[in-house]
Write a protein that binds this ligand. Sequence first.
Ligand SMILES: [Zn+2]
Ligand SMILES: [Zn+2]
Length: 261
Amino acid sequence: MLCDYHMHTRLTDGLEEPRDYARAAVAAGVAEIACTDHMPLVRPFANGYMRPEDLPIYVGWVEAARQEFPQLSILLGLELDYLPGIEPELRELQQRFDWDFFLGGIHFIGEWNHDAPEAIARWRTCDVDVEWAAYFKLLTDAARTSLYDSMAHPDLPKKFGFRPKRDPTPLFEPFLKACADAGTAIEISTAGLHKPCKEIYPSLEFLKLARAHGVAITFGSDAHQPRHVGRDFDKAVALARAAGYSSFCRFSKRKKTSTPF
Ligand SMILES: [Zn+2]
Ligand SMILES: [Zn+2]
């Protein structure tokens, strides 16, 4: 049973609408999807986020997709950023609609969008070890809030191929402990296969450590167009198995259940 818990619409940096992703999911044999478009994030440095006034449109689109494709389970979700002090804003947002699932994504280190294509120039000249450490501090702080159900693309700083000189394992450990304590899952994302790093997020070593800490997993394609729904999930499942996993999590109204694979 395939469940894709990460996709974006034309309200942000994706194409099309939830109904188009639903149609693609049915065609690809995906049993359940979570629409996880980028939250409204009103900051001078944030691009590609939903406008606050578009949020009811987004929720209406998901409801319409459910009506049109009753054979598919469609979760109402968002990809929520973490910035220090953003917690009250997230809590307010979480109370506004009947959400199923929140994905956590760290796209900013300070005001720097480290995974935008324009970030490559800075990656070339920065201290990669320092930026990885800053990223994982934010990811760990985010997991500790318990405001997220699963943390997206956990080792995202590898995206453009800039890897730390020091062994990053000591950065992974506190994050995974925070996930275990908060009951937060991590995402296995096939999007990395199509980036310069050419590797699933997270790596096998990371995932083995997650398994050892008892951290649960979700699967996501991070689809920005409908044809990417469920993309490379055979590889994601193989990686999960190689790390020792035999089940993944599903959510409904933010309640977690386990499904074997
Ligand atoms: Zn993301
Ligand atoms: Zn995303």
